[in-house]
Structures are given as C-alpha cells and as structure tokens.
Design a protein around this ligand. Structure first.
Ligand SMILES: [Zn+2]
Length: 433
C-alpha cells in the first residue's frame, strides 16, 4: 500500500544502534518505540527509562552487557507512560535497583491527574488503532512516527515495576556510583515528567518533552488536556541548561549546544504559536472547526524535520487547546443542541435524492482523491441506523466503501497515528460486516 514519502525514510532513520553519547553514556536507539540510556559509574550502572516491552529490553540489555558487566543499581523513570516503564523487570533482574520517579508519577501508567475512572475499553480500542498494534510491517505499519516499526512486541507492557522512591517537586541532586546527577521536575507531555541533568558531561535526558516530530499535544487514543503553557515554560527551563547533548525519550540524540538550543527554541516557539493563534481566533469568535482548519505553523517552523507532523498534529492540538480551555462548546448557538446523527443522515439523504445519489457523490469524491469529503458524505449512510431491509444492504455497502476510503486515505498521511487509525478502523469495519 501507499506510504507518504517522508515516512518511507523512517526505517532507515530508526535502524538499531548503540550510540555512545560520552565516554560512559550510551543510548539504545531503534530497539523499541522509545530509547533507553545507560550511564556507567564507578561500580554500578544507572538506567534511564526501560522501553515498552520485556523483549526489547532484553535485546538492549544484551547490548549493554557487551560494554559493562557492572550491576544496575538505579533505574530512573522520566515519566509513567507505558513505553518507558515496561522493561523494568529485565533491567532490574536480581540487582534490586532503586527505582526513582517523580512524586507525580501516575500509578495507572496513563499519567492523568484524575481520580475519576476512565472509559477503559474505549481507550484500549483507540490505543490499538493509534499505535497500529496488529498491523503488518512494513506494508501497513512503517513505524510510530517517533519510533521504529520493526521491533519485537512480545512482553509489551508486561515488565513495569513501581518506583521505590519518589522525588519531590523541588527535585534532587544525587551522587550515584561517583556520578553527580540532578533530577528536575519538568511537566510537559505529561504532568509527571522528570528530566535528568548530568552536568559533568552536559547531557540532558529530557524524556518526551522533545522528539523529532511536532509534539503530541493531544493523543487520539484519548488524553486529558496536556497543559500547553506549562510545556512552553518547561522548554524554557530545558533551554537554560545549555546542554551539549539532548537525549530524548524518542528519536535520535542531538549534539552541540547551539543545535540543542535551536531545536528546543523551535519547539517552544511552535507550541507558543499554536496557543497564540488559537486564542486570537477564539477571541475573534471563530469556532473549533474553523480554527482547526486555519491555524498553521509559520513556514520557517513547519519545514523543520523536528516539527513535521509524524506523531503530533497541529489541527488536533488546536482542538485540544479549545476544549482544554473553554470546553466542548464552540460558541456557535447552533451547536448547543444538534440533531441525532441518524436524524441528520435521513434528512440529508432525502435532500440529495436518496442513498444511491449519496454513494455516487462519495465515489466521485474518491475518484478525485477528495477523501475527507468522501468520508463525510458516506458517514451519513453509516449513521443512518435504519433497520429496514432495503437500507440494511445500502448501509453495508456504505461501510465497505468507508473501509476502502480509509485505506486509500491512510496512504496519504504523514501522521503515523492517523495512518494507523484509518487502517485499523477499516479492518474493524470489514470484520463487523
Ligand atoms: Zn514516549
């Protein structure tokens, strides 16, 4: 199937490698969705993050063991997302390491500051779609945008261990096996982020507050509001370290103080731009849909490799900002009470002259690669919710067409989450028929 030209380069970019960042610092890159770091001390080893699966963690540990046999006495979690904590049992082995995380570290691994139960089944289904779990590599699934597609999935989410010690909001200075480190609270992609600063080597381990993609300010698997302004403040804090090496939770490390500063500043400016332009639009009375279609990054930022929409997407971020600040109501009185989708569908189909006319219009849009319009048309039939025999067959036809549209549209996407969501949803539609 078709793959966006920029994504075709991802298997090469994410090829597996142990990268030496300093004489005693190593990055396991391309083994899993996320990176794992090893700092070798005088008589033991510090591990930062542990990856998403026990199988990937085993492969990384085997490589690290070629460098040193010293015991792992400390594991540091940058945050609680599952792709960073799920290989802990492998690295801990029998060494009984201290496991450090912030006091805000979320025990449910979803990093949401809520006591209300989340709709678990919905999140599971959407997570599977976002990450393309079950899609075939490399035809359907080329990578997650910020991580490789060709990686082991055995033991996914299986090997997490709880922190043994929590670091308070003021952070902490530690000396571990002769290595001085600073642990600093840095809420951004999640509220529980804690970055690791290694001053002697000027290396900043920044977790997921930076990676080579437009930031995932909203994850379509379903997330509560990620505080945009806080992420901007944290990027300022990260810039002030004047790091020589930026070691992110995903994608390659960045070398050189000026390059690190430029990339972090671009990241900050991009998020600040989205905030400013979305706010201005809201103040001018524009609706969420209007803003999602008009707020863009300026060209000098949009073309930068680290702000391409491989993982996060600008229009989703705009929507998240609107919903996160003023809630779901877009200010348009029409939106205060809308017709049921099945009711609207019936009226629309009558207006256009019946279901066949609608199918024809959708097929015409498809032939012009106008997929979004084709999907919006065909959804009227999918949502018809009509049990009559005549309509049952046309609804079934509409679902089949929707699945085909999603597959073709997926091939055009630069955003991996969107690509996977379309493909996975298409499979689910076909299976339901
Ligand atoms: Zn991550």
């Amino acid at each position: 199937m078709q793959t966006h030209p920029e994504l075709q380069e991802h298997p090469q970019y994410f090829s597996k490698e142990i990268v030496q960042l300093a004489d005693n610092v190593y990055q396991a890159f391309g083994f899993a969705a996320s990176n794992v770091y090893m700092i070798v001390g005088d008589d033991s080893v510090i591990i930062i993050d542990t990856s998403e699966s026990t199988s990937a963690a085993t492969n990384m540990l085997n490589e690290f063991r070629k460098i040193t046999q010293l015991p792992i006495k400390t594991i540091i979690y940058t945050h609680s997302h599952r792709d960073h904590v799920s290989g802990a049992t492998v690295f801990a082995n029998d060494d009984k390491p201290d496991i450090l995380a912030s006091t805000r570290f979320s025990d449910d691994s979803l990093a949401v500051a809520t006591k209300h139960p989340l709709p678990t089944k919905a999140m599971q289904a959407r997570t599977k779609r976002q990450f393309g779990i079950g899609l075939s590599y490399p035809d359907e699934f080329i990578g997650i945008g910020v991580g490789p597609g060709d990686r082991p999935m055995k033991g996914l989410g299986a090997g997490s261990l709880p922190p043994t010690r929590r670091i308070g909001d003021d952070g902490e200075q530690l000396t571990l096996s002769g290595i001085d480190l600073q642990l600093v609270m840095a809420p951004g992609e999640t509220p529980d982020h804690m970055v690791v600063w290694y001053p002697e080597k000027k290396i900043l381990f920044c977790g997921d507050n930076f990676y080579r993609s437009f930031p995932n300010l909203y994850a379509i698997r379903g997330t509560v509001y990620r505080d945009f302004d806080t992420w901007v403040e944290t990027l300022d804090l990260l810039i002030d370290f004047n790091a020589e090496v930026l070691a992110p939770g995903h994608t390659k490390a960045i070398n050189g103080a000026s390059q690190v500063k430029t990339l972090l500043s671009d990241y900050r400016d991009a998020i600040a731009h989205i905030i400013e332009h979305t706010r201005n639009g809201m103040d001018a009375g524009l609706t969420i849909d209007q803003l999602a279609n008009t707020v863009k990054l300026p060209d000098h930022l949009a073309e930068k490799p680290h702000l391409r929409e491989y993982y996060g997407r600008i229009d989703w971020s705009v929507r998240a900002y609107c919903v996160g600040t003023l809630g779901w109501f877009d200010g348009n009185p029409t939106s205060l009470g809308t017709l049921a989708p099945s009711d609207e569908a019936k009226r629309f189909i009558d207006l256009i002259g019946g279901p066949d006319a609608l199918i024809n219009a959708a097929e015409k849009a498809r032939s012009e690669s106008d997929y979004q319009w084709a999907l919006q048309l065909i959804d009227r039939l999918v949502f018809l919710d009509d049990a009559s025999d005549n309509n049952r067959s046309i609804i079934s036809k509409a679902k089949t067409l929707k699945a085909e549209l999603l597959k073709e549209y997926a091939g055009e996407q630069i955003n991996c989450c969107a690509r996977h969501y379309y493909l996975q949803y298409a499979k689910e539609l076909n299976a339901s028929e």
